[in-house]
Design a binder for this molecule. Structure first.
Ligand SMILES: NC(=O)c1ccc[n+]([C@@H]2O[C@H](COP(=O)([O-])OP(=O)(O)OC[C@H]3O[C@@H](n4cnc5c(N)ncnc54)[C@H](O)[C@@H]3O)[C@@H](O)[C@H]2O)c1
Length: 280
C-alpha cells in the first residue's frame, strides 16, 4: 500500500521568497497538489546582497502556477517592512475569501562577513529578512488560522544551527531565532490546532534563473565558482560520501509533508533535511 499526502487539495498557501529557489519549487509542488498560492517576494535588489527575485521571476512564478491549473496571487513585498507585509497579507486574505491554510516562511538572505569586518548593511538585511520578516508575516497571516482553529506554519531554518559557520554569524544567529520562534509559536498556537515546525536544510544545489540563489550568490564573495561553492559548503558540512548532496526537491518534499494531514501530530519540531550535518 502506498502512502499519499492527505488534505492538501484546495488549501491556500502563502509562501515568502516564492519567485526563486526553494520557494519557487515549493509553490509548484503545492500547485500540483491542488493548492492556490499567495506568492510574496521582494522583486527588487537589497544593497550589498546578491541578486534576488525580480518582476520577471514573479511573472514566471504566476505562469508556472496557472499552468498547473491553480490560482497565484503575486505580492511584491519586502518582508522587512511591516506595513508592506500587512497590506500584502490583507490582499491575499481578501482574494482567498479570508482563508490562508499554510504559511511557509522561506525568504532569507546571507552574506559572508567575518565578525571584525561585519557590514551593517548585510547584518541588517540578513537579520531583518529572516527574523523580523517571519514575525511580520506570521503576525498578520495567523489570525485567520486562530479564528478557524486550523493551520500549518513551516519555517525554513538551516543546518548551520547545528554546527555554527565561520563568516555567517549573523545568518546563523538569525536561523537560531527562527528555531526559537518555532518552538514558542508551537506552544502558543497549539490550543488553536495550529502546527508550527522548522526545517533545517543542508547546503542546496544552486542554479541560475529561478534556481536556488544563495550558494550562487555567495560564490563570488568566497572567490569560487557556483559549483565549487556547492561542493565546498557540502563537503565541509555534510556526512562524508558523495551521496550527501541536497537539492531543492528534498526540502519541498518535507514542506509538503508538514503541510499535509499526514503531519498532524508533529509540532514544535526542528527537522533536519541536512545530509547529517547537525549530528556531526
Ligand atoms: N540555499 C541553501 O544552501 C540554503 C541552505 C539552508 C537554508 N536555506 C534557506 O532556504 C531559504 C531559501 O533559500 P534559497 O537558496 O532558495 O534562496 P534564493 O535566494 O534562491 O531565494 C530567496 C527568495 O527570497 C526572496 N527574498 C529575499 N529577501 C526578501 C525580503 N526581504 N522580502 C521578500 N522576499 C525576499 C528573494 O527575492 C528570493 O526570491 C532561505 O531562508 C535560506 O536561508 C538555504
Amino acid at each position: 500500500m502506498g502512502v499519499e499526502l492527505r488534505g492538501l487539495e484546495g488549501k491556500n498557501v502563502l509562501i515568502t521568497g516564492a519567485s526563486k529557489g526553494q520557494g519557487f519549487s515549493h509553490a509548484k509542488a503545492f500547485a500540483e497538489a491542488g493548492c492556490n498560492i499567495a506568492a510574496i517576494d521582494i522583486t527588487e535588489p537589497i544593497p550589498d546582497i546578491y541578486p534576488l527575485g525580480t518582476p520577471e521571476t514573479m511573472a514566471a512564478t504566476v505562469k508556472a502556477i496557472e499552468e498547473r491549473g491553480q490560482r497565484c496571487i503575486p505580492l511584491p513585498c519586502d518582508i522587512r517592512d511591516e506595513a508592506q507585509v500587512k497590506a500584502s497579507v490583507e490582499k491575499a486574505l481578501d482574494l482567498f475569501g479570508g482563508r490562508i491554510d499554510v504559511i511557509v516562511n522561506n525568504a532569507g538572505v546571507a552574506a559572508l562577513d567575518p565578525i571584525h569586518k561585519m557590514r551593517s548593511s548585510t547584518m541588517h538585511a540578513v537579520i531583518d529578512t529572516i527574523v523580523k520578516g517571519a514575525i511580520y508575516v506570521t503576525k498578520y497571516a495567523v489570525d485567520n488560522m486562530i479564528g478557524r482553529g486550523s493551520g500549518k506554519i513551516i519555517n525554513i531554518s538551516s543546518a548551520v544551527t547545528g554546527s555554527g559557520h565561520a563568516m555567517l554569524s549573523h545568518y546563523v544567529a538569525a536561523k537560531h531565532a527562527i528555531n526559537g520562534l518555532t518552538t514558542s509559536w508551537a506552544m502558543e498556537l497549539s490550543e488553536f490546532n495550529i502546527n508550527v515546525n522548522s526545517i533545517c536544510p543542508a547546503t542546496i544545489k544552486p542554479g541560475i534563473g529561478q534556481g536556488s540563489g544563495m550558494v550562487l550568490g555567495l560564490a563570488p564573495e568566497a572567490g569560487v565558482t557556483m559549483d565549487e561553492a556547492f561542493e565546498m559548503f557540502s563537503s565541509g558540512g555534510n556526512m562524508p560520501g558523495l551521496k550527501w548532496r541536497a537539492e531543492v526537491q528534498h526540502i519541498t518534499d518535507m514542506v509538503l509533508f508538514l503541510a499535509s494531514d499526514n503531519a498532524d501530530m508533529i509540532t514544535g519540531a526542528i527537522i533536519p533535511v541536512d545530509c547529517g550535518q547537525m549530528s556531526r
